[in-house]
Design a binder for this molecule. Structure first.
Ligand code: SAM
Length: 287
């Protein structure tokens, strides 16, 4: 496992297979919750934006009571999860908000999270810009469904303009923190904004409209100078004994090792295993 820092099959990947999480991302939400108690007992209505394949929804389903309402939204279809309502939709489309609200019977959400990521192009500035647009879309939707005092968590990439975003987020939340779970590779710019204590802006009514740009959506809010930036607290979370996702571990020494619950369906080493079983393994044949 974890032959190099770029090997995607790190310890968290293996643990996810063993413990039945659909993606290693599950540990990111678990570690964020461990640090910030995001999924406390008062949390009854939650929205998981950009949820496929569903490991965050699995965490929500396992942590929250069965009477909670959990809505998961993604462009991709999702295999059902106990106690989770899945909606296949675009979070940037106003109709998606209406679809979510129909499940809340007039109540507002206690917690909204977004692990959204667009397809990356490899051009860092462009990728960062598109990621920011997705966070803004998640925030727009959140301002329409989150109750005062509620929390919002979203994936960000800590590029050079992230402090502009921190500044704007601080207008909506009592506390904004940049958190890096140990399960998020330190070699990656990925981090999570943890926004606590939602404070709706007095007199401003958020309205999603397909014809409105992000700037128009936030029209009427006094953000000050366009170039206002903020520095926020940075927290590494997961606990001192959490595995380091960039390190290499010897799995034979890991006494708690379990066999994977579900083996990969078509791993690249499948052919080699078949040949080995038949006793025909040779360098030439596995090419
Ligand atoms: N949190 C998920 C989990 O734990 O399984 C992983 C999320 S994955 C990193 C990012 C997801 O964002 C993808 O499934 C993608 O389809 C979704 N996504 C990107 N843009 C979206 C949009 N505009 N609306 C809905 N989903 C979107």
């Amino acid at each position: 496992m974890g032959k190099t820092s770029k090997d995607k099959r790190d310890l968290y990947y293996r643990r996810a297979k063993e413990e039945g999480w659909r993606a290693r991302s599950a540990y990111k939400l678990l570690q964020l919750d461990q640090e910030f108690n995001l999924l406390g007992e008062n949390v009854k209505r939650v929205v998981d934006l950009c949820a496929a394949p569903g490991s965050w929804s699995q965490v929500l389903s396992s942590k929250l009571s069965t009477t909670s309402t959990i809505i998961a939204v993604d462009l991709q279809p999702m295999t059902p999860i106990d106690n989770v309502t899945t909606i296949q939709a675009d979070i940037t489309h106003p109709k998606t908000l209406q679809q979510i609200l129909t499940h809340f019977n007039g109540e507002l959400a206690d917690f909204v999270c977004s692990d959204g990521a667009p397809d990356v192009t490899g051009l860092h500035d462009l990728d960062e810009y598109i990621q920011h647009q997705l966070v803004w879309s998640a925030l727009q939707l959140t301002t329409c469904i989150l109750k005062p005092g509620g929390s919002f968590v979203a994936k960000i990439f800590r590029g050079q303009d992230i402090d502009l975003m921190y500044y704007k987020l601080q207008r909506f939340f009592g506390k904004v923190i940049c958190a890096k779970p140990k399960s998020s590779r330190s070699t990656s710019l990925e981090a999570f904004i943890v926004c606590l204590d939602y404070k709706p802006i007095p007199g401003w009514i958020p309205r999603l409209d397909l014809n409105k740009s992000t700037n128009e959506f936030f029209e009427g809010i006094e953000f000050g100078d366009d170039n206002q930036r903020s520095i926020v607290e940075f927290v590494s979370c997961g606990g001192d004994d959490a595995f380091d996702s960039d390190a290499t571990y010897n799995i034979e020494e890991d006494s708690k090792r379990l066999d994977p619950i579900q083996l990969p369906t078509a791993p690249p080493y499948k052919k080699a295993l078949e040949l080995k079983r038949k006793g025909e393994l040779s360098r030439r044949e596995i090419k």
